[in-house]
Design a binder for this molecule. Structure first.
Ligand code: NDP
Length: 220
């Protein structure tokens, strides 16, 4: 069966990869950006969103678990070992995992069961949706293949940061240090559109006075 692959989804400031402030998002009112996140993570069947406990806490209770996706939450306070199936139907949950690794083991076993035909399908996409701690854990794994980045050009004061610099100018000295590290390349708008299954706007988006653009990066 196809190896499990992880796609990180994040909105981060261009200046310093800021993603959060005071337990929430640094910005407000990016409704189309949030709609993009929802469409992309829902498209197809059987998709999964994995998040840290603090990100789960940051979602208003009436919106969680995020609908139409299997939600997996990571916390050291959850029992060790393989997580249990969530009680209730497909939109129930979340699945509670004590580490990212056990979450992935759970999803591998679930995929294996699904591909034997006992349930609908084994082809769902697995998205890592934050926050910084869980992105860092994911980026340490070979399974992390792709980042769907909303690059926020407007500046915001942040206290939480995406732990990988994408697209910021690299000095020769920095390039030297990271020579052995995996390389991340930005894919074209056409490749991005093909992967997410919808057109990607070419122009910079402006909402609420905040400027941003949609990008896709892949590890090579
Ligand atoms: P996280 O959402 O990454 O959650 C951190 C928690 O996850 C920890 O406190 C711990 O839970 C658990 N955890 C972390 N590492 C491990 C591990 N190795 N094993 C087991 N459990 C682990 O928190 P952050 O503070 O990093 O990020 C939250 C911030 O990011 C918020 O401001 C949020 O709004 C923002 N955010 C922004 C996004 C964006 O796209 N701009 C997307 C998502 C979040 P416990 O303490 O229970 O043990």
């Amino acid at each position: 069966s196809a190896p499990l692959e992880l796609t990180l989804v994040v909105a981060a400031t261009a200046r310093d990869m800021g993603i959060g402030a005071n337990g929430g998002l640094p910005w407000t009112g990016l409704r189309k950006e949030m709609a993009y996140f929802a469409r992309v993570t829902k498209r197809g069947d059987g998709n999964v969103v994995i998040m840290g406990r603090k990100t789960w806490d940051s979602i208003p209770p009436k919106f969680r678990p995020l609908r139409g996706r299997l939600n997996v939450v990571i916390s050291r306070s959850f029992p060790p070992g393989l997580p249990k199936d969530p009680a209730g139907g497909p939109d129930a949950g979340p699945v509670e995992a004590s580490s990212l690794e056990t979450a992935l083991e759970y999803l591998r076993q679930k995929k294996a069961v699904e591909s034997t035909g006992t349930t609908a399908n084994g082809g769902g996409r697995v998205f890592v949706i934050g926050g910084a701690q869980i992105y860092a854990a994911a980026l340490g794994l070979a399974e992390a293949r792709r980042v769907l980045l909303t690059r926020v050009m407007s500046d915001f004061s942040c206290d939480t940061f995406f732990p990988l610099a994408l697209g910021s100018p690299t000095s020769a000295e920095e390039a030297e240090k990271t020579a052995s590290a995996p390389k991340w390349v930005q894919r074209s708008r056409a490749e991005h559109a093909a992967w997410i299954g919808e057109e990607v706007p070419e122009e910079v988006q402006t909402e609420n006075g905040t400027e941003y653009e949609f990008q896709m990066w892949e590890r090579v």
